[in-house]
Write a protein that binds this ligand. Structure first.
Ligand SMILES: Cc1cc2nc3c(=O)[nH]c(=O)nc-3n(C[C@H](O)[C@H](O)[C@H](O)COP(=O)(O)OP(=O)(O)OC[C@H]3O[C@@H](n4cnc5c(N)ncnc54)[C@H](O)[C@@H]3O)c2cc1C
Length: 112
């Protein structure tokens, strides 16, 4: 059951309060329910956006030059993917060093 109400008016009790209904929060809520706890999930977004970023990803998967792409004749490569990622991310500050390293690691993973 889901409800939208101002927090100040909400006097319900719960064993577990999960803040954020993204994948992490929903998995935590499911685990708590499986363990027999009562669970309340709060999110800053409305019900239509349940799932956080997963809602926006549409269940999409980031794969590079996969067998399926090759089978369909889709040209792809690590270099193309890296170019797309770097052009979108626009890493241009010293503080981007970790973001860039993460991107490189993820690109290698997705191309494997
Ligand atoms: C277009 C797109 C494609 C993607 N493709 C892939 C992919 O191929 N492979 C992959 O591994 N990952 C992919 N991702 C990333 C993946 O979807 C996210 O890493 C994952 O969904 C994050 O889940 P999360 O629960 O950690 O965080 P989030 O989904 O960000 O959830 C956090 C939730 O907390 C809520 N919240 C935040 N602050 C508050 C607050 N103060 N009070 C109440 N609620 C709050 C937010 O509204 C949100 O619902 C993609 C993401 C996008 C957008």
């Amino acid at each position: 059951m889901s409800r939208t109400m101002p927090l100040a008016e909400n006097r319900e009790q719960t064993d577990v309060l999960v803040i954020g209904a993204g994948l992490a929060g929903l998995v935590a809520a499911a685990e708590a329910l499986d363990a027999g706890r009562s669970v309340m999930v709060l999110d800053q977004e409305n019900e239509a956006n349940l799932g956080g970023q997963a809602w926006w990803s549409f269940g999409g998967l980031f794969l590079i030059d996969s067998p399926e792409q090759r089978r369909l004749g889709i040209r792809d490569s690590l270099e193309l993917a890296r170019g797309d990622w770097l052009a979108t991310a626009g890493f241009d500050r010293d503080t981007d060093v970790w973001g860039r390293q993460w991107a490189e690691a993820y690109l290698d993973f997705a191309a494997g």
